[in-house]
Design a protein around this ligand. Structure first.
Ligand SMILES: NC(=O)c1ccc[n+]([C@@H]2O[C@H](COP(=O)([O-])OP(=O)(O)OC[C@H]3O[C@@H](n4cnc5c(N)ncnc54)[C@H](O)[C@@H]3O)[C@@H](O)[C@H]2O)c1
Length: 251
């Protein structure tokens, strides 16, 4: 898909990997609409990169529907979706305070998994009406899993459950949407320097970087953004999950 013909919705676009992706796409000539529940950061960042912003909660049907309507009004169409909205928590299955609270487990699944699927199902409906390009494409979707989908650590059971399901959904969704010319790919990031990680001490971050095989550093959001852009551009890439992790295998 030609990036200059791309009109993209980026969820979680107010921060971290989503913000970097929105910046990359906008700089390459795409139209971009950010969805985020953080209106203050989202408005400010959208202004900075020449994108639109809509306050959207990805878990909520009416909110996502209204967001898509606003995005189509702003961009004329939507033919790309990058799902970056997500939350991370660390609680053990059974810890000192007892069993993992079920409501927190469900909340992580709701945002990371159901939120991703909610956007896919509703945005694909909007994409279905697009004129196909010369490759027959009407849309491209990029989802964000995590290497925790495959090497979940202690305390990551809720997060890993959500991300493993995001990785798993790509093939059936790609098959479901193939006749419409809509592709779906997944990025499984390793450890990236974003606000999600800023809560950690300098020492903890250095320790994490030491486990990366090569290059021995945390990932840069711009590197995630370049892969997301490539997945939108490359018509033959479909239902693929790419680890972007410097060969990190979490223990
Ligand atoms: N940073 C990493 O190392 C890393 C590694 C692997 C996977 N990921 C995944 O990448 C994605 C982006 O992470 P990040 O590091 O940029 O985090 P971040 O916290 O910087 O950004 C996440 C954004 O999602 C938004 N968001 C959260 N819940 C939402 C909701 N219900 N509706 C709309 N927006 C919502 C937040 O407001 C925030 O702006 C997440 O799915 C995360 O799980 C991150």
């Amino acid at each position: 898909m030609d990036i200059r013909q791309t009109a993209a919705i980026v969820t979680g676009g107010a921060s971290g990997l989503g913000a970097a992706t929105a910046r990359e796409l906008a700089a390459a000539g795409a139209k971009v609409t950010l969805f985020d529940r953080d209106a203050k950061a989202g408005e400010a960042f959208a202004g900075e990169i020449g994108a639109s912003f809509v306050e959207v909660d990805v878990t909520d049907e009416a909110s996502v529907r209204a967001g898509i309507e606003a995005a189509v009004a702003a961009m004329g169409k939507v033919n790309a979706l990058v799902n970056c909205a997500g939350i991370a928590i660390a609680i053990k299955t059974l810890g000192r305070d007892g069993p993992h609270p079920l409501d927190i487990y469900k909340r992580v699944i709701d945002v990371n998994l159901t939120g991703t699927f909610n956007c896919i199902r509703l945005v694909s409906e909007a994409m279905a009406g697009n004129e196909p390009n010369e490759d027959g494409e009407r849309g491209a979707i990029v989802n964000t899993a995590s290497i925790a989908a495959f090497d979940g650590q202690k305390g990551q059971v809720a997060y890993t459950s959500s991300k493993a399901a995001v990785a798993g959904m790509a093939l059936p969704v790609a098959r479901d949407l193939a006749s419409l010319g809509i592709r779906v790919n997944t990025i499984a990031p390793g450890i990236f320097m974003t606000p999600m990680l800023m809560g950690l001490s300098e020492e903890a971050r250095t320790e994490l970087a030491a486990d990366v095989t090569f290059p021995k550093r945390l990932g840069q959001p711009a590197e995630y953004a370049r892969l997301a852009r490539f997945m939108i551009e490359m018509a033959y890439l479909n239902a693929e999950c790419v680890r972007l992790d410097g060969a990190l295998r979490m223990r």
